[in-house]
Design a protein around this ligand. Structure first.
Ligand code: PEP
Length: 250
């Protein structure tokens, strides 16, 4: 039985005051979510405040990215140890925005995944195809390649210690959600591909769906056999909307 997980990716949004209000709202409603794990991933600078507010609650927090380096002259970067120092449990790696806007390659994403694991963080690995890749029928080739790069770096045992998020790029922030059947098809593909290396790992690893998930479509998506929760962008910035999604995963 895989524990459902809903993770909010705040991206580069929120002030101190907005974060405090959002976190209070999420905390207040989290009591009604006993089965699913709730995670928030604020921008780095808001993590200390969020960590103070969430300490002792059932809601976990994480980073949106990390450096592959442990310390030193890497201006603007944040290490795994720094995230751990502020109580982060999770870290997102390979988000499509990092891949597209900051040139993160499959190899770099795999290295970040490995560094996160070695430090004791749980990486949430994002994979997903572009619209043109879906339209040209290469979704499985793209997602398979992104996944294989990580398996090659950390082995199938490393996959068991992380979380995978299938996020079709054409559905992120566009309001265009994959249908439950479209999402399920790729989730099943991911599990089958992992099963070739280790059936137990494939069965146990959580695979989240991300891409314009809202309170109104979450229950239908989460009812699919291989969808174990969601990675939520825009809808994670409003407490009630995010909690509706969390309850749907519960
Ligand atoms: C995301 O950024 O991971 C995401 C899924 O965004 P949105 O929910 O806004 O589509």
């Amino acid at each position: 039985m895989r524990q459902p997980l809903v993770a909010g990716n705040w991206k580069m949004n929120g002030s101190k005051a907005e974060a405090a209000e959002l976190i209070e709202g999420i905390k207040a409603g989290s009591g009604a979510v006993s089965m699913a794990e709730i995670v928030v991933c604020p921008p780095y600078i808001l993590i200390p405040g969020v960590a103070d507010s969430l300490a002792g609650s059932s809601v976990a927090w994480g980073g949106q990215n990390l450096s592959t380096e442990p310390k030193g002259a890497f201006t603007g970067e944040i290490s795994a140890a720094m995230l751990l120092d502020f109580g982060c449990k999770y870290v997102i790696v390979g988000h499509s925005e990092r891949r597209a806007l900051y040139g993160e390659t499959d190899e770099l994403v795999a290295e970040k995944y490995a560094v996160a694991l070695e430090a004791g963080l749980v990486p949430i690995l994002c994979v997903g195809e572009l619209l043109e890749e879906r339209e040209s029928g290469t979704t499985e080739a793209v997602v398979g390649r992104q996944l294989d790069a990580v398996v090659a770096r950390v082995g199938i045992a490393g996959i068991a210690r992380g979380v995978i998020a299938y996020e079709p790029v054409w559905a992120i922030g566009t309001g265009k959600t994959a249908t439950p059947d479209q999402a399920q098809e790729v989730h099943a593909f991911i599990r089958e591909r992992l099963a070739k290396a280790d059936a137990g790992v494939a069965e146990g690893v959580r695979i989240l769906y991300g891409g314009s998930v809202k309170g109104a479509n979450a229950a239908e998506l989460f009812s699919m056999a291989d969808i174990d929760g969601g990675l939520i962008g825009g809808a994670s910035l409003a407490a009630e909307e995010f909690l509706t999604i969390c309850r749907a995963a519960n």
